[in-house]
Design a protein around this ligand. Structure first.
Ligand code: URA
Length: 236
């Protein structure tokens, strides 16, 4: 790919901006030699203002989404993109969240510009378990695990029952839910269906992958080993 297109796709600016950067000598190789618009260089060898390039297409990251941020590119209010380098929002192909967490839900959120990977992770066929911790307004009644696990629970205004989900009570008002689906407001609606109310919700893990020591608002790039952990292929 031509340098101008590559840099523009990575969000460094419009093609016009990037052409100017090249003419000004701001784009170099690692050894400091200037790159021109028609030069060819390996991604890892390119520097902009002496900084290595952002990751190439195929980037995957994990974000510890805090409460109060929306998974959208253009909603009003605080957006998950506000937590990332501004260039990431300008990338082409677009960097999208893998599924969504509600504004008031915190926890593990994956983001990628790889459409095929996004599809693989979110596809029901992948059956990747997602684990949530829900703090509840009222004590558990005792029959929730049976109801959520039945595979017959029908949420309001839906025609397809939910796939079985697991529930483990940690305390009378704190439950861990494991599910493979990702329907709109699913956990909150599941508890509403059994007469309870979710006061706070946190996604602990997707597949084998947790947040590790990422604090709310922090993110990190993921590598092939992380994807192996996500898909349960680690150690295979
Ligand atoms: N279930 C919900 O209700 N909200 C989320 O953000 C995720 C799962």
């Amino acid at each position: 790919m031509k340098l101008v297109k590559l840099l523009a796709n990575l969000g460094y600016g419009s093609r016009k901006d990037v052409s100017l950067m090249l003419r000004n000598g701001w784009v170099t190789r690692a050894d400091g030699s200037e790159l021109g618009a028609d030069d060819v260089a390996a991604h890892d060898d390119i520097r902009v203002d002496d900084e290595p390039l952002d990751p190439a297409q195929g980037m995957v990251l994990m974000l510890h989404k805090p409460v109060g941020y929306t998974c959208s590119t253009k909603d009003t209010g605080r957006l998950i993109y506000d937590l990332l380098p501004p260039r990431f929002r300008l990338r082409n192909p677009v960097l999208s969240s893998v599924g969504r967490l509600d504004r008031d839900t915190s926890g593990l959120l994956l983001m990628t510009d790889d459409g095929a990977l996004l599809h693989t992770i979110t596809s029901p066929k992948a059956e990747l378990p997602k684990v949530y911790r829900a703090a509840l307004a009222s004590d558990l009644r005792g029959d929730e695990a049976q109801i959520f696990g039945s595979g017959t629970l029908l949420l309001e205004s839906e025609t397809q029952p939910l796939a079985p989900a697991g529930l483990v009570a940690i305390t009378p008002r704190l439950a861990e839910i494991t599910m493979v689906e990702g329907r709109y407001h699913q956990v909150r609606r599941m508890f509403a269906a059994v007469g309870n109310h979710v006061e706070s919700l946190h996604r602990v893990s997707i597949g084998g992958l947790g947040l590790g020591d990422l604090e709310p608002g922090q993110w990190r790039l993921m590598d092939a080993a992380d994807l192996d952990v996500l898909f349960g292929r680690a150690g295979a």
